[in-house]
Design a protein around this ligand. Structure first.
Ligand code: PEP
Length: 255
């Protein structure tokens, strides 16, 4: 049984006080909603993490994550945050390879492979994002793009390390745009990702890897998306900033 995950990505939003109160609301609202193998994750800005970690202690199945780490262990990297620092405040997850980091901060597949290694070394679960741009979709290259992101970012991992990865398929054209991949478009890519994992590793690993969908997911479109056989939850940007919307997405697995 694959783990079902709904993960929020707050991006660079919410001051400290607002973030802590939103997280408290989420913890209270989802506490009776999270079932079985389901997990809720909130990936906040780094300044919130310690306090959210304290609040998360009292919550069942609500975890916290960072939105980035640096690839080195420690040292003279002014302004960066390490995997061990993130882990030490109670985070269990880290988003890696988000398209905003790839596009605005020049993160390459090679850097992302290094970040993945350091995350795993410090027992952080990467939520590893892959996805094509609008041009790549329109020119029909999207399967090649996704396969290449997997190969260069992740396929150096041993089978046992790969089992610690969560994937997020996030078509860049759907992120923050209000455009959503249709359930059929998303399912087609998720099935392709799973087939690519089966070819590289084996069917059991492919079947047990959680693959989330991300891109303008909201309480209205989540039920159709999450009912697709290869979609195991969502990475949620805008809708994770409202406790009601985020909780309603979490509840989709209960309805
Ligand atoms: C994201 O940032 O990962 C994301 C999916 O954003 P949004 O839900 O706002 O499209």
């Amino acid at each position: 049984m694959r783990k079902k995950i709904v993960a929020g990505n707050w991006k660079m939003n919410l001051d400290y006080q607002t973030g802590v109160s939103l997280f408290s609301e989420i913890v209270n609202m989802v506490k009776d909603e999270v079932i079985g193998q389901q997990e809720v994750v909130v990936c906040s800005p780094a300044v919130h993490l310690y306090s959210l970690g304290q609040l998360a202690h009292s919550a069942t199945n609500v975890s916290i994550g960072a939105q980035n780490i640096y690839q080195a262990e420690s040292g003279a990297f002014t302004g960066e945050i390490s995997a061990s620092q993130v882990k030490s405040v109670g985070a269990d997850y880290v988003i890696l390879g988000h398209s905003e980091r790839r596009a605005y901060f020049g993160e390459t597949d090679e850097v992302l492979a290094e970040k993945t290694n350091v995350a795993l070394k410090h027992q952080l679960t990467p939520i590893f994002c892959i996805g094509e741009t609008k041009e790549e979709r329109e020119s029909g290259q999207f399967f090649d793009v996704i396969k290449s992101q997997l190969e260069k970012g992740l396929f150096h991992l041993s089978e046992s390390d790969f089992t610690k990865i969560v994937l997020a398929y996030e078509p860049v054209w759907a992120i923050g745009t209000g455009l959503t991949a249709s359930p059929e478009q998303a399912q087609e890519v998720h099935a392709f990702i799973r087939e690519t994992l089966a070819n590289q590793y084996n069917q059991a690993l492919a079947d047990s890897t959680s693959i989330l969908y991300g891109g303008s997911c909201n309480p209205t479109n989540a039920p159709d998306l999450f009912s697709q056989p290869d979609i195991d939850g969502g990475l949620i940007g805008g809708a994770s900033l409202k406790s009601r919307d985020f909780t309603d997405i979490v509840k989709v697995f209960n309805s």
